[in-house]
Design a protein around this ligand. Structure first.
Ligand code: G
Ligand code: G
Ligand code: MN
Ligand code: NA
Length: 252
């Protein structure tokens, strides 16, 4: 309850900011895009991550306001970060899809910032796709038709009914970090799962991004499987926009 008051105060003081984690080409370390990740610059407690406050924010009904504060800042920064052919992705939780006008609100925000839609990608979880499926599909179809990219987040962790994938305008599968962790062990369950996801994505002409890459051996295992993109502490932790705008990084 005390935190709830803090959250409202933080909203009014714009203490919620997006940090950005580079998404890189696994072959040469070139940055191809960024994932925006919510952070709270708390005046006393320092930099907080979603696990420190998101549950309370959701219970108290202010998580959507926090997200819109993030989306607004991302739309202001995304064109500079994206450059000529990159993108910035935002995490859009299932709750937002309960609003029938989510597509309109996001498109209005792009318009307000004069952000080219190709610069923006939205990450949706499998769970969000399955709740309220017809409304989610309509919203995603509209966004896609305007040029916004759609990625399926935490892929492989639950709900994977492969049959529904082609019904949505999904361009990217993000392989959940739990599969990357035990990747280097040849013959492991995870190698089989990631290989299967890659084959599926290739046949549906989707891009695959591996999440949570921490070791060089994982990068190598992914390249052997044919996965070309990833993100993780091996390359870079999430940092403020200014850091990435100062110079171009190559994480080879
Ligand atoms: O580093 P990390 O702790 O940033 O993120 C933890 C979780 O918070 C992830 O599951 C991620 O999807 C979620 N998350 C990151 N950014 C946002 C955001 O802007 N809004 C919401 N609702 N969740 C986010
Ligand atoms: O659920 P989602 O995929 O949106 O959240 C991404 C989360 O993964 C964020 O919390 C981010 O900080 C975290 N993350 C990014 N790279 C790594 C990594 O290499 N290792 C671990 N353990 N977490 C990571
Ligand atoms: Mn994500
Ligand atoms: Na994820």
């Amino acid at each position: 309850l005390e935190m709830e008051g803090d959250l409202r105060r933080a909203l009014s003081r714009n203490e919620f900011v997006p940090f950005y984690q580079p998404i890189v080409s696994l072959e040469d370390g070139r940055t191809v895009g960024y994932e925006a990740l919510l952070r709270w610059r708390h005046p006393d407690r320092g930099l907080l991550t979603p696990s420190d406050f998101l549950a309370v924010a959701e219970e108290s009904g202010c998580s959507e306001s926090i997200d819109w504060q993030i989306f607004d800042q991302v739309c202001a920064q995304a064109e500079a970060l994206a450059g000529t052919d990159g993108f910035v992705s935002i995490n859009v939780s299932g709750r937002h899809f309960r609003s029938a006008d989510l597509d309109r609100r996001l498109l209005d925000l792009l318009e307000a910032h004069k952000l080219p839609p190709r610069c923006l990608r939205i990450e949706v979880t499998e769970r969000a796709l399955l709740e309220n499926a017809s409304q989610v599909k309509r919203i995603l179809d509209t966004l896609r038709a305007h040029g916004v990219g759609i990625a399926l987040d935490d892929f492989g962790t639950g709900y994977s009914s492969l049959s529904y994938l082609h019904q949505y305008p999904i361009g990217t599968l993000k392989v959940d970090r739990s599969f990357i962790t035990e990747l280097p062990r040849e013959g492991s369950h995870s190698v089989a799962v990631v290989r299967a996801i890659q084959v599926l994505a290739d046949s549906l002409q989707m891009q695959v991004i591996a999440e949570g890459i921490e070791e060089e051996s994982q990068r190598e295992a992914l390249l052997r499987i044919g996965c070309r993109y990833g993100q993780g502490f091996l390359f870079a932790i999430p940092r403020a926009a200014e850091v990435w705008l100062q110079r171009e990084y190559h994480f080879a």
